[in-house]
Design a protein around this ligand. Structure first.
Ligand code: NAD
Length: 266
């Protein structure tokens, strides 16, 4: 059973894109602990089935839809199906996203560039549009997008960083757009977080865990649950006057980035 069925999330529906893995799944588990019912969207149907079954096994109401969030019509179809089942979405978390290999502008493959933007920006844009409308019809709620610390400092991720920065700009613009509809929207900017996606980058040699940890003042990666806890805070009434911000959750990486120019981190 859910751990706390008396929170403000109790009995409310939260829709999570990328909900089958990593940060999205940690959000699903944490929101379920707070009493929320869940709709998970993910293009990995195997992981999605596992996620929904393991939540259902704990007595949590969870529904999964296997969709690619770059398919706008498929997203619209999910909302139609939810409406037909009388499921009102009150909260949205947009965690679906893809990382990218490091490249110079002359060697970054155009298809990789475009896919990063399609998923991380356009897919999130349409998710915020479709479920913003649905949340407004349910008399309001809250939304959190998942940006990245790479939106805030230059990195060799020439598609990913700019797409995540655009997401921050979208989030603050939508905060103004949605305020009259009683919807707050904020972003979290995770630092290096030990998820399946980052582990795959370590395993393939595309990222070096020890040199990353050397740049982080707290000398460790974030856990997916730590991102989920920040997401739940921003979604909750504890953040009732907060809208349009991007909250870094990065074990101090942003603070350390400029310090390290002068001397090594202590
Ligand atoms: N892990 C990190 O260090 C880190 C840091 C900053 C930001 N982020 C962001 O956090 C989010 C989650 O990343 P993660 O590390 O948990 O990755 P993950 O791969 O573990 O989880 C992402 C999930 O999104 C799904 N997904 C990807 N593209 C999709 C699409 N087009 N349609 C539907 N589902 C799709 C994947 O199948 C997967 O289940 C991403 O937006 C990522 O950019 C991660």
């Amino acid at each position: 059973m859910a751990k706390n069925t008396h929170s403000e999330f109790s009995g409310r529906w939260t829709l999570i894109t990328g909900g089958a893995s990593g940060i999205g799944y940690a959000c699903a588990q944490h929101l379920a602990d707070l009493g929320s019912h869940l709709v998970l969207l993910d293009m990995d149907s195997t992981k999605l089935d596992q996620a929904v079954h393991s939540l259902a096994a704990k007595g949590i109401q969870a529904i999964g839809y296997s969709v690619d969030i770059t398919n706008t019509q498929a997203l619209e179809n999910v909302q139609v199906a939810l409406q037909e089942q009388g499921i009102p979405i009150r909260h949205l978390i947009t965690a679906a996203g893809v990382l990218q290999p490091m490249h110079d502008i002359n060697t970054l493959d155009q298809a990789v560039h475009d896919r990063v933007w399609d998923v991380n920006y356009h897919g999130t844009y349409h998710s915020c549009r479709i479920w913003g409308q649905a949340i407004a019809q349910a008399n309001g709620g809250s939304m959190v997008t998942v940006s990245s610390i790479t939106a805030m400092r230059p990195t060799p991720l020439l598609a990913y960083g700019p797409a995540k920065a655009a997401l921050g700009a979208l989030t603050s613009s939508l905060a103004v757009n949605y305020a009259p509809k009683n919807i707050r929207i904020n972003a979290v900017a995770p630092g290096f977080t030990l998820t399946e996606a980052l582990q795959e980058k370590f395993d393939s040699g595309q990222r070096d865990p020890s040199s990353i940890v050397d740049t982080i003042p707290m000398r460790r990666l974030a856990e997916p649950l730590e991102i989920a806890q920040a997401v739940a805070f921003l979604l909750s009434d504890q953040a009732s006057a907060i809208t349009g911000i991007t909250l870094p959750v990065d074990c101090g990486w942003l603070a350390g980035a400029s310090w390290a120019t002068y001397q090594p981190l202590p």
